[in-house]
Design a protein. Structure first.
Length: 637
């Protein structure tokens, strides 16, 4: 008798497990299922969401356009409301017409039945917090003694100079910014929480949306926008065409100080929706090939991994060397992936047969669209288009010897970076401004007066960070002027009248997203004053007999505040005192490092970059210096 009950209990549990599995496949969606599925029946009867009989489709349906994962869950899990009510005014009570906003994400996308773990991560991500922007800004205004701390945009006050400055000029670009009106993403898109990235309008959905608006937002909406993984570059553009200008730079556009009427009829210019004028320079090679932002950036990078990072370079775990490698990195088969990666592979229909997934060198996480097979080697699959890309290996000059061990890929392969100098920020108590967090007009405005704009190769500097084996290492990275500026707080309420302006000469480490296939020339670093931090000007090597000496003539006049050229980071063959970067772990080249770089530059005055002697210098430059020919004239320091 006991065996009889044991057998029946096992059968009951088996049937329960099959029922749960069937429910999950219905709700989450089976990979390969149709991309669109009608909600509601042709006679207008409601779709039955879990435990709820919905009346929504009596007015708004039937409706198509949903991605498989959301096609079967109905309306109320996202929009809430009272679907048991037949009348619109009662049914629409407590409803979210635009679900996914972070202020109420715990009631929509982030419920325990849906994406609770991801919603928590997003709230702690830099795209939600703006931690780095806030902390550096407070330091620059003299309101904080640290450049790295946790902060969140929703906690910005409206009484301090630094925080009101951000509330007026910067605080719209964060995921917590409330999206109030339904509609596709565009150049003015800011925030919206989950749908900032995951809202996708097909052409049919766009047409249906326009018809719905023309009808006064009444009647049936035939096609719903999809909530899916089709995150396009357009989703990123609204915010990332500002601040670091990553989106515009990636496409090859550099901001100017021109007005729209200045470039009327001229080619090579672009006017954005906000009327800023951009000039075409050179796109990133990955953009030219057809790669989108999310092809390189992972879900954990974009949505956060649960950690509270202070700056974006801490959160970004994908590096050039993950795809462009000389030695094969660790590989993982599908069954060794984490649960989230497996879901992404299934939803994106990544063709993983006979392939293994390459893992990130620093993150240790699988790159779900970067694979390896014995026959094809390494390749990337575009997450949206499905296009396959080969993975070129680094050139010999990148890997030969130890000369370039500390050099990051972007230090050499950045084509150009957006730069500006000579900026001034001041507060005018008589002008009206708009508070981007309070969504209201306020008395008193922070105004920025911009200096010159440049699209040139970046300056180089050093960043101290952790290697894959948890050892502290120093790497040479691209830098741009983060702040060569003055701040006038004297007119701000409560500030001492007549106080001196704050002056900062801070450079910031950047990833400009203007990658070129061919790296910088040796001379563009070793013989270039801008690369070394001296600013623009003439850097000349002069010889007198057996003595060589470098001289620098700056292009820009010296600033009164610190005596350096207006566009410089450091003085010629000098090392600065105090904080000169926007990061506590970053710095310009020390004097000994400058001398070493310029010694190589002296050799390049006569020798070609690819000559035998210069290539040998990559192996052991110190030994090479000991056997120079009598004709060589090295610098004397």
């Amino acid at each position: 008798m006991l065996d009889f009950w044991k057998r029946h209990l096992r059968l009951a549990f088996l049937l329960l497990g099959l029922s749960v599995a069937l429910f999950i496949f219905v709700v989450v969606g089976i990979p390969g299922a149709a991309q669109e599925k009608a909600v509601g029946r042709g006679n207008g009867s409601a779709l039955k969401a879990p435990g709820v009989e919905e009346s929504c489709v009596a007015c708004h349906g039937p409706m198509s356009g949903f991605a498989p994962a959301h096609s079967a869950i109905g309306c109320t899990p996202c929009h809430l409301g009272h679907p048991e009510e037949a009348k619109a005014d009662k049914a629409h009570r407590d409803m979210f017409s635009v679900p996914g906003n972070l202020a109420d994400v715990n009631l929509t996308c982030g419920t325990a039945n849906c994406h609770a773990d991801i919603a928590h991560r997003v709230n702690h991500s830099l795209m939600a917090s703006m931690a780095g922007v806030i902390t550096v800004n407070r330091w620059a205004f003299g309101e904080s003694d640290t450049l790295s701390a946790w902060a969140h945009v929703k906690e910005l006050n409206d009484v301090s100079p630094a925080d009101t400055h951000l509330r007026q000029l910067c605080a719209s670009c964060h995921l917590g910014n409330q999206k109030e009106e339904a509609g596709p993403v565009g150049e003015f898109s800011r925030g919206g929480g989950c749908i900032a990235c995951h809202l996708s309008y097909s052409p049919e959905a766009l047409t249906a949306h326009e018809q719905f608006l023309q009808a006064g937002k009444k009647g049936k909406l035939a096609v719903h926008p999809a909530i899916n993984l089709k995150v396009s570059n357009d989703h990123c553009f609204g915010c990332h065409s500002r601040s670091g200008r990553i989106s515009t730079s990636y496409e090859g556009w550099h901001e100017t100080k021109l007005a729209a009427e200045d470039i009327a009829g001229k080619e090579g210019y672009r006017v954005l929706a906000d009327q800023r004028v951009f000039e075409y320079v050179q796109p990133d090679v990955h953009h030219d090939k057809g790669l989108e932002c999310i092809d390189c950036h992972s879900a954990k990078e974009i949505m956060g991994d649960g950690e509270r990072y202070h700056h974006e370079e801490q959160a970004v775990k994908t590096f050039c060397g993950d795809c462009h490698f000389s030695e094969l990195p660790p590989l993982l088969p599908l069954d060794s992936l984490d649960t989230e990666s497996k879901k992404i592979v299934a939803l994106r229909k990544i063709p993983f047969q006979d392939a293994k997934f390459i893992t990130g060198r620093y993150s240790g996480d699988p790159l779900v669209n970067v694979l390896w097979t014995e026959g094809e080697g390494g390749f990337m699959i575009s997450k949206n288009s499905g296009k396959r890309f080969s993975l070129p290996v680094p050139a010999e000059v990148c890997t030969r010897g130890e000369a370039h061990d500390g050099l990051t890929c972007s230090a050499c392969h950045t084509g150009w970076a957006p730069q500006c100098v000579g900026c001034h920020t001041a507060y005018d108590p008589e002008i009206e401004a708009f508070d981007l967090l309070g969504h209201k007009k306020v008395k008193g405005k922070w105004e920025e007066y911009l200096g010159a704009f440049f699209a040139e190769a970046p300056t180089l500097g050093v960043v101290e960070e952790m290697d894959v084996d948890s050892q502290t290492v120093e790497r040479i990275k691209a830098f741009i002027p983060g702040m060569i500026m003055t701040i006038d707080k004297s007119e701000f309420p409560g500030e001492p009248a007549g106080q001196a302006d704050l002056f900062h000469r801070l450079f910031a480490p950047v990833a400009p997203h203007t990658t070129t296939a061919r790296g910088r020339t040796c001379r563009s670093c070793h013989n270039n004053p801008l690369a070394l931090g001296y600013g623009r000007g003439a850097l000349r090597y002069e010889t007198m007999g057996k003595r060589g000496k470098w001289r620098f003539e700056p292009e820009y006049a010296d600033e009164e505040e610190d005596g350096l050229p207006q566009d410089a980071w450091i003085g010629f063959l000098r090392y600065p005192d105090g904080q000169v970067t926007t990061r506590p772990n970053a710095r310009p080249f020390r004097i000994a490092e400058q001398q070493r770089i310029l010694t190589v530059g002296a050799c390049l005055v006569c020798h070609e970059e690819d000559s035998k002697v210069m290539m040998e210098g990559l192996d052991d430059f110190e030994s090479l210096l000991k056997k120079v020919s009598p004709e060589c004239v090295l610098p004397v320091w």
